[in-house]
Design a protein around this ligand. Structure first.
Ligand code: FAD
Length: 427
């Protein structure tokens, strides 16, 4: 069987690409190493889709996702942003959306080889591990799949690594990783009323009531760039050994759409430098993060009205990785392109999300607002293979520009832009 497109990675960018390819009538295969779709959105519990401006392009998949999530009571429009999803419900909705356009999806796959000729990829070989029942042994089935075009949407660019593609050099350390979690049995209305008065200047807190239900977000970091209302509580908890000093390097919480008694945590952010390609380091990172989660949960129980009886209901399967390998593309998008709002003939993404680069050191993270910017499709094309596209956080951009383009709205647009581009190439 020869496909038009094979997409490796069914996460944020990969699902959008697969949906759009199949919708356009391309023979499409999506290969996912986990047994579920959504990648960072579901596996790392990352919500919400960050607001990226009103002139975004290639938003069909995003709009459909918002509608479908709304249908299952897993979406709200909060402060004019329609990207507030329940990451647990998203796990069920994503496969149903792909099924509607008859996308072929294979789960539990492990890519082990690709054959190439000159600057063309001919086929990919992967194993699928089947476990039929508790008594039978795992069976491994190897398959070769040919395709006209390949898309690496694997986040860490495992497929491009197998293909020996060239990557952009990292001049700085990779940003810190996080392990997100959810607390349930929270009295959200009680917490919202308290935080609204506690953070009286609303410097870092937002609250909105939707259908009599309070939704909110608030934050604290150890950086001194803002007046953090929660600072005295964190100071006290560190003083009493309830938290470690490093636990408070970054703390952010959001309500969850359609889930009025739960709160999503965008932390802990881990300050150690882990080797992102080492299984052992990733296990250690998860263990370190889980200990921090225990301390943060206890802190919330003790200090936040509304959290007295709350408990940790979900810890993400996956560590949240903000940046790792970046492909060397036909065009390397730079921070100067972004800051100047440079225009391109064939834009894949239009956004105004700030440059958001996290750092391990105090007062060293960047959150830089710019005007609207465009990403060209050539930054999603490999410079090594003529039929390879790379989408998602591994795009061809320098580290600062990647810090702006890695957010979910832009990843959806990248997937959709590449699908439409391949369709035109095949027409
Ligand atoms: C802690 C954290 C907080 C963030 N907060 C926000 C936020 O609030 N809002 C926002 O918009 N963005 C946020 N982001 C950024 C955004 O969520 C990610 O950058 C984006 O989701 C990445 O999408 P992706 O498609 O590149 O990768 P992913 O969504 O991770 O998808 C990669 C997929 O490829 C699969 N895969 C990996 N290797 C292989 C392989 N070898 N074979 C087959 N499949 C493979 C994975 O299982 C996964 O499904 C955050 C990121 C992090 C880490």
């Amino acid at each position: 069987m020869k496909y038009d497109v094979v997409i490796v990675g069914g996460g944020t960018a990969g699902c959008s690409c697969a949906y759009n390819c199949a919708k356009l009538g391309l023979k499409t295969l999506l290969l996912e190493k986990e047994n579920y779709l959504g990648g960072t959105m579901t596996g790392a519990l990352v919500v919400p889709v960050m607001e990226s401006g009103t002139n975004q392009i290639n938003t069909d998949f995003y709009n459909l996702l918002a509608d479908e999530m709304n249908r299952v009571n897993g979406q709200i429009t909060y402060l004019n942003n329609s990207g507030w999803f329940d990451p647990i419900k998203l796990k069920d909705v994503l496969p149903s959306i792909l099924k509607k356009v008859k996308t072929n999806v294979k789960y539990n796959i492990n890519i082990n080889h690709a054959s190439t000729k000159n600057k063309q990829i001919l086929s990919v070989c992967y194993d699928t591990i089947y476990t039929n029942n508790l008594l039978s042994k795992d069976k491994i089935l190897s398959e070769y799949i040919e395709a006209k075009y390949f898309v690496d949407a694997s986040g860490n660019l495992d497929f491009s690594k197998i293909l020996n593609c060239s990557f952009l050099e990292n001049k700085q350390d990779f940003p810190p990783i996080s392990l997100r979690f959810i607390m349930s049995n929270v009295d959200n209305n009680k917490f919202a009323q308290w935080i609204e008065s506690f953070d009286s200047d609303k410097n870092v807190t937002t609250v909105e009531y939707i259908a009599n239900q309070a939704y909110f977000s608030t934050a604290y970091t150890w950086d001194s760039n803002k007046h953090w209302a929660l600072a005295p509580l964190f100071d006290d908890a560190v003083h009493k050994n309830i938290l470690k000093d490093t636990d408070r390097n970054y703390f952010q919480i959001f309500s969850i759409a359609g889930n009025p008694q739960s709160v999503a945590f965008n932390c802990p952010r881990l300050l150690n430098k882990y080797d992102l390609s080492s299984v052992t380091d990733m296990k250690n990172a998860k263990n370190d993060a889980k200990k921090s989660i225990e301390r943060i949960a206890k802190f919330c129980n003790m200090y936040f009205p509304g959290f007295e009886n709350a408990y940790v209901s979900h810890i993400a399967d996956k560590l949240g990785i903000r940046a790792y390998r970046r492909i060397r593309g036909k065009y390397v998008y730079t921070i100067d392109d972004l800051r100047s709002g440079k225009k391109f003939d064939n834009p894949a993404v239009v956004s105004c999300y700030p440059v958001d680069v996290h750092s391990r050191d105090k007062n060293s993270s960047t959150l830089e607002k710019n005007g609207e910017y465009q990403l060209p499709i050539e930054s999603l094309m490999s410079s090594d293979y003529d039929n390879l596209f790379v989408i998602g956080r591994g795009l061809s951009a320098d580290e600062m520009a990647q810090g702006a383009l890695r957010v979910q709205g832009s990843c959806f647009s990248m997937g959709e832009a590449v699908a439409k581009y391949i369709y035109k190439l095949l027409a």
